[in-house]
Design a protein around this ligand. Sequence first.
Ligand code: F6P
Length: 378
Amino acid sequence: MLKKVAIITNGGDCPGLNAVIRAIVKTAETNGVECYGYIEGYKGLYENNYIRLESSGRASGLLHRGGTIIGASNSTNLFNLKVEENGQTVYKDVSDICVENVKKVGFDCIFTLGGDGTQKSARDFSTKGLKIIGVPKTIDNDVAHCEMTFGYNTAVSVAAEAVDRLHSTAESHHRVMVLEVMGRYAGWIALESAIAGGADVALIPEIPYDINSVVDKINRRRQAGKDFSIVVVSEGAKSKDGDMVVKKTLDDGKGLDNIRLGGIGEQLAEEIESRTGMVSRNTVLGYVQRGGTPTAYDRVLSSKYGYKAMELALEGNFNVLVTLKDGKLGSVSLEDVVGNNKEIGARSGGTETTNIKRIKMDDDLIKIAKNLGICLGE
Ligand code: F6P
């Protein structure tokens, strides 16, 4: 019998987090279960800091709200936590303290709303005896075994609107406009927003690009009388002979995945300008694509995921991630989702040691883009 459950929202914020919280709380209440929320993601688990969530109280009016009402943390690895001790920075495994915290309070299930890194820790907590149900959150849409993560649809909508808006400047000033969007190891946002916005070039982490092919595309457009072009590039894209552009390496205990990406758009704009002679400008969409109100699609998807997560808990089906496959709700074991994600693989993405969901070359989106004349930098 489930009595008390708790929610953790971890990683970067994402449209739809509050809608998932709302759906879990409401489904819990319908079934006589009390719901709580840990404050600031995994940090709250360590600090044993949680609050009661009720649809008549804090969990009211949430459906359309961006962010997360219980806060999130994007840099807390409880299996390798960065702490200051005697004036020194040390890294400690504090997971046993967290397990004790949960046992003392008596939570029967912890819902972990997060992406790949969050679910990896969730899997590790499940092997220590916690009952976990993961919900796939990330605007990057790169969680294995999951057709679509919540937040992704909103991110694509924002990015597509940005492409639309860049068109007018590009056309008026005869410029090349580059738009850098998020996507560390997978180019879903870049590719779909390029298709939705009618961009001319889409560069994604899955296809290391050849600058000559990009320049060629822009020149061919110019010869055909189109003296402007729009390029969408994922932050994690790299050229054939280059590497991902890292803005900052952090020391937050997240191992080889502790890099902040950014800068590929600027590099690309400079290179395009020097090779084509066309004025080129870069725009970094950044956190705009992660903030604010979720689309109606994401509100429905988040409601589905929240409901399903609670249903799985009521059935006693733990240590799984809620999934969407062929449009139907389901679940898959956390081990199957992150079991292969060794840290070494996370940095390069898509190697044999990780199962981050990347765009496959036979995906319909790739075929569609090519047939619509979008240059993928090959
Ligand atoms: O994982 C989602 C994401 O938006 C990535 O696309 C991006 O690289 C990362 O989060 C940035 O997160 P932050 O700057 O909040 O650490």
